[in-house]
Every structure is written in C-alpha cells, then in structure tokens.
Design a protein around this ligand. Structure first.
Ligand SMILES: CC(C)C[C@H](NC(=O)[C@@H](N)CC(C)C)C(=O)O
Length: 677
C-alpha cells in the first residue's frame, strides 16, 4: 500500500489513519492496548505467588517453580505467535484471536479464585482444591499463550504503521510504547495487591484473589476493545505465506537447482524470487547471530525480582512516614523508566548527537550492558555493607548478662533474622528463609520469684515460670507495648522493634507491679535491627534501569528496523527469546555456582556481563546496518523487470512445475548416489 503524503514530512504513515502531530492516529490505539495488556499481565503476576501459597496452599518451592515456569513460558510463546502472524493470519488477526484466548485465561484465573464455588460446607475454604488447581493452570496456560503470542505482534504491528521516511517517529513510538509498558505495570503492581488484601465472598469472607485477578481480566477485555476500535485505521500488512516452509523449500530447491543445473532452464524471474528470499533469510540470520550474547543482560536484569528483593529483606525499609516492603522496591524500576526514557530521548541522545558522536543502536546496547554490570557492582558494595554490619554483631555480643547478677546467657548468633539465623547454646532457634519482613522475634526472661504473664493488646504470650524464659514469639516491627501481669497486678513496658531484629527482655527481680515497669525490664539485642538502609539500593536500580533504557528500548526498535518485511514479528520473537534464555541462565547459575558470599556472586555476574559485552561489541563492529525496505524494493524492481522482459515468462503453474521437477531431480540424484554406495 502506498504511503500517504504529508505536507511537512514528505511520505507519511501507512493505512487510512489520520495524521496527528506527524504520527498516525492508529498508534494511539496500539499504545493504549499495550498499556492495558501490561496492566493485566503484571497485575496478575504481582499476586500469583501469594495465590499459590495461601489459596491453593502450595509450599514455597512448588509456588516458586510454577511461577518461574509460567514466566519462562510467556517468553517462549512469542515464537508461536510470530510464525502464525507472519506466515498465516497476519498480525492484526493474530492479535485479536490471541487476545481473546488471553482474556479467557484471565477470566479463568479470576473464577478459579472464587472459594465459594466449591465451598459446600461454607467454612471459608474450598472443598475441591482440584477444581481450583485445574482451572488456574488452564488459565495460566491460556495467558502464557496469549501474552507471549501477541507480544511480538503488537510491537511489530505498531512499527508497521509508519512510512518509509518516518524513522524518527518510529523510534519515538518505540519509546512511548515502552513508557506504556511501564506505566501499566507500575499502576497494576500497586493496585492488585490492595485488591487482594480486601475481604470478599458470598457465604464467607476471604482474601479477595478473585478481584485481584478479575480487574486484570477486565483490563484485558478493555485492551481488546480498544484495539478493535482502531481497526479501520490500521495499515495491515498481508502475511506472506508460510515463511518457515518457504525457508525450507528455498534450501531444498536451491540444492536441486545446483545439482540439476544443466537439466533445467531457470527463468530470471524465478532466480530473483529465490534471491530475494535468500537475502531476507540472511538479514534475519545476521541479526539472530548478533543476539547470541544478549541473554546475559536479562540474566542480570531479572535478578531484581529475586536476589535484589532478598537483599532488601536484610535492609531497613523505614522511609519516615513510609515503610517499604522489600518486594515494593521493584517498583523503582518502572518509576525510573517513566523518568529516564523522556530524559534520554529529549536530552541525552540529542546532546550526544550535537557533540558529533554517532551513537548507533548497537553502541547504545553495548553501553546498556555496561550499565547493568555497574548496577551489579553497586549491589555487591551494598552487600558488603550488609555483611560488615552483621559481622560487627557477631563479634560484639556473644555474651548477654542480665545486668541483675543471676542470669548469664551465652549466645552465638549467625546471620540476621529473616535470612539464615541460628541461635545456639542455651536454647536453639533457627529461622530459615524469608518469613515476613515486618515480623521480629522476642522472648522474656523472668528474674522474679513469681510467675509472670506477658501479653500485648493483640496476643497473649503465656505464663513464664520464676527464673525461667519464654520461647521466642513474633511481633510486628515498630512500637510495641507489653503488659506484664502477676495475679491481679500489672504494669506496662513499651519498646521499639527495628526491622530484622530480635530481643531478649530481662524482667528484674526488683520489679514492682502497679508502678511504671519501664525501668525494671532490660532489653538486650540478640540480633541488631537491619542497619543498612534500603535507599542504598537506589543506585543499583538507577544503573540497571538506565541500562534497560539503552539496551531494551533500543533493541526493540533495532529488531524491527533490521527485519525484512515478512519476518518483522519473527525477529521480535527472537528478541523476546533472549529474555527467556536469560531467565533460564538465572536458574542454572543459581543451582550450579553455589557461591557462599553473595557479594562475590554479584561480582561474578558483573564480570560475566562485561566479558559478554566485549564479545558483543566485536560482533557489533562487523555488523552492517541495512534498510530492508530498500533492499526488498531493489529486488522487487528486478523481479518486475524480468517478469516483463522475459519472453519465456513462466506462469505460476510453470514455476511450480520447474520447482517440482527440480525436487524430483534431486530425489533421483539421491537415489542414484545411494545405489552407488
Ligand atoms: C522484554 C521485557 C523484559 C520488557 C518489558 N519490561 C519492562 O519494561 C520492565 N521495565 C517492566 C517492569 C515492571 C519489570 C515488558 O515488555 O514487560
């Protein structure tokens, strides 16, 4: 289809779309669709593990494995969607059909989370867990198929809306596209956990997972409707046959031609068709070859959600009025994307250009990788800080004296609460794994001759016999007021618990009930509160996000611009495939390289990425940027010329016959050579 003319920009957007400020109006529907779709995807993902754990009652290991398998599947299915789009249905229809599959999947998830469906005895818990498990697994499979399937198509379809001479506008489109991804995901990761925390139900009230999945489902329906509304304005490139089959045929026929070169007459027309397909395959293979080192970037990038979140659990999340949960730190990434993308596009890149530097896409991606490596060096430095603060504790407080002269405790403390903590000697307590960031541990030692009961407004911790101690109990961090009671007499003791801390409280023998008992209790820190502040993670988030902007936004556009017209979605899928491989590498490295020191693991990952980055920059040096549209136009011109000129111009049937005969010849050749052997 011919591009529309625009008075300002020469050739303008394709399709029937109006042009607003130099951009085809159709892309508005595409970016809104992306915003809603990403809201749907990330919103559902934000509560998924909790749904597994608390609704389906799976253990942590099973919940984590199924979660990662689902995420990996979401980045594998793009290949499927791309092949269907480029070879068969076209991008538009593929997006529509797979969005329906996606929305059905989301609805299935929402329904699977309604506990009342199988709660026949109305006690608040589902009676047939199998129903909920099967429905949610079917839902997740459909979602993975939908989200992955449409992902390469939507980006490439957006790119298709721009005319040949709209490189600048197309680049801006990919930046806006990325902003929408992050805007949608940011909003949903804030909203869906709030929805989940609500209580809902018909017969009994439970945590509202159905609402937390239902809203993303509704957003997916909105995404679909918005996309359909734009239908009349889009430029819809026709699918160009089964590309994969064409590639195989091309190789087969080429061989046959080579073998039977003297037997058959090949028209110039056919030659050019074949050469065009070969050129297109070469374009794709060159880019795919360049992608080989890229998964390493994603290996580091995706550790935000795992290693970095665990690191945050050993840090202090008190931001004054705001207390940040470790997993909430991840929202720093989309927030920074929303600020950095406009800054890069309107300030940094133009400034670099003004300085006369040619900051090509591959150079940007190389710098992006280096920034990600720097982020991991920052993470290592923060880790060293955390380790030092923990070590100080180990050396400074192995002994605890009651201060009142009769109770002596010897404690050996390893690690921090919420991670791997062990307190040996007088009584052993082991906290293994991340429990709840907000919970801290405490116990009381009773130095009085009478039994004392300890309670708070929310819980009763029981009676402690004279000269004895209680077991460790958990309490929310922050201020706590304990009531100490003996018979009808009581007094109150208040204290403050820092994140990740653990305390032993000694009740003095001199305590007098009825008066203020604040001075008659001594608090001893078994485990110091997390002293390294979570704000120290901001530099690492800054560098990884700056790296992402340079690497991922550029890579997205690069994958589109370097792909031949019939394989745009295929190359987008290739790009997303690097994300899937990156995720697998995280799993493998975490399993294989059991490095005892976390900071050393961060340094290892940073070094690996630098090494990969050097290889990538060498590969990039030898890469020649192409303009697929121009190359294809040249071929098509030749095809048309020869089609006109060739006196013995073959009809379609004739071409097919030549191909068939050539293959037959090839088979004959095979048979002949086999007989000889
Ligand atoms: C290819 C994807 C990894 C890119 C993109 N992700 C992001 O933009 C992240 N910054 C989002 C954040 C919420 C993790 C996506 O398409 O999801």
């Amino acid at each position: 289809m011919a591009d529309k003319e625009d008075p300002k920009n020469g050739k303008m957007g394709k399709g029937k779309s109006k042009v607003v400020c130099g951009y085809p109006l159709s892309i508005f529907f595409i970016v809104v669709n992306e915003f809603c779709e990403r809201f749907s995807y990330y919103g559902m993902r934000a509560v998924l593990v909790l749904y597994f754990k608390y609704f389906l009652r799976w253990d942590d290991d099973l919940a984590t494995s199924i979660y990662h398998t689902f995420v990996a599947l979401c980045y594998l299915t793009p290949i499927l969607g791309a092949i269907v789009a480029d070879s068969w249905l076209g991008k538009f229809k593929t997006i529509i059909y797979l969005s329906i599959v996606y929305a059905v999947g989301q609805v299935a998830m929402a329904v699977s989370a309604i506990h009342d469906i199988t709660d026949s005895d109305r006690d608040g818990t589902p009676d047939s867990m199998t129903f909920h498990i099967v429905l949610s697994m079917v839902g997740l499979f459909l979602i993975a198929l939908g989200t992955g399937g449409i992902k390469p198509c939507v980006a490439a379809f957006g790119g298709d809306q721009f005319g040949e001479h709209q490189d600048r506008q197309r680049r801006t489109f990919f930046s806006v596209f990325y902003l929408c991804i992050n805007g949608g995901s940011l909003l949903s990761t804030i909203i869906t956990p709030v929805l989940r925390a609500q209580e809902c139900g018909i017969y009994s009230k439970q945590k509202c997972y159905s609402l937390a999945f239902g809203v993303p489902a509704a957003l997916m329906v909105v995404a679909l409707v918005v996309f359909i509304i734009g239908s009349g304005m889009y430029y819809k490139a026709e699918p160009q046959g089964n590309i994969m089959l064409d590639v195989c045929k091309c190789i087969g026929v080429s061989l046959a031609y080579t073998i039977c070169i003297n037997t058959f007459y090949i028209t110039a027309y056919q030659q050019w068709l074949k050469k065009l397909l070969i050129a297109q395959i070469k374009m794709v293979l060159k880019v795919l070859f360049l992608y080989i080192p890229l998964p390493m970037f994603w290996t580091l990038f995706d550790q935000k959600g795992s290693r970095w979140t665990l690191q945050a659990t050993t840090m202090d999340g008190n931001f004054g009025a705001l207390v940040i949960q470790p997993d909430q730190m991840q929202t720093v990434n989309p927030i920074l994307i929303l600020t950095l993308v406009p800054i890069m596009d309107s300030l940094i890149y133009p400034l670099i250009k003004k300085c006369g530097l040619n900051f090509t896409p591959l150079k940007r991606m190389t710098v992006g990788m280096l920034l990600a490596a720097i982020a991991f060096v920052c993470a290592a430095l923060v880790q060293i800080q955390i380790d030092v603060s923990t070590k100080q504790l180990l050396h400074s407080s192995p002994y605890i004296l009651s201060g009142q002269g009769f109770i002596y405790f010897k404690l050996t403390i390893k690690g921090k609460a919420n991670s791997d903590t062990e307190i040996v000697e007088n009584q052993a307590i082991t906290f293994v794994g991340f429990t709840d960031y907000f919970l801290v541990y405490f116990r009381f030692v009773n130095g009085m001759k009478t039994a004392v009961n300890v309670s708070t407004a929310a819980a009763d911790f029981g009676l402690i016999e004279p000269f004895y101690y209680s077991n460790y109990s958990q309490i929310k961090n922050g201020k706590a007021t304990f009531t100490l009671r003996s018979g009808s007499q009581s007094c109150e003791y208040s204290t403050n618990f820092g994140f990740g801390s653990s305390y032993t409280f000694f009740i003095h023998s001199t305590l007098v009930f009825g008066s203020n008992c604040q001075d008659s209790v001594t608090a001893v820190e078994d485990i110091k509160p997390n002293s390294v502040h979570m704000a120290l993670q901001i530099p690492q988030y800054f560098f990884i996000t700056a790296g992402e902007v340079m690497f991922s936004v550029t890579g997205l556009e690069f994958s589109y611009s370097q792909a031949p017209s019939n394989m745009k979605a295929v190359l987008q899928a290739g790009w997303l495939f690097t994300v899937a491989i990156g995720n697998f590498i995280v799993l493998i490295v975490a399993e294989l390289a059991k490095i005892p020191k976390q900071w050393a693991e961060y340094v290892l990952f940073a070094s690996l990425l630098v090494a990969v980055c050097v290889i990538f920059s060498i590969m990039a040096y030898f890469y020649t940027y192409i303009d697929p549209t121009e190359i294809e136009a040249q071929f098509k011109k030749k095809i048309n010329e020869d089609d006109e000129d060739d006196k013995s111009k073959p009809g379609k049937a004739e071409v097919e016959m030549v191909k068939r005969d050539s293959i037959k010849c090839h088979d004959e050749y095979d048979k002949a050579t086999q007989t000889k052997m």
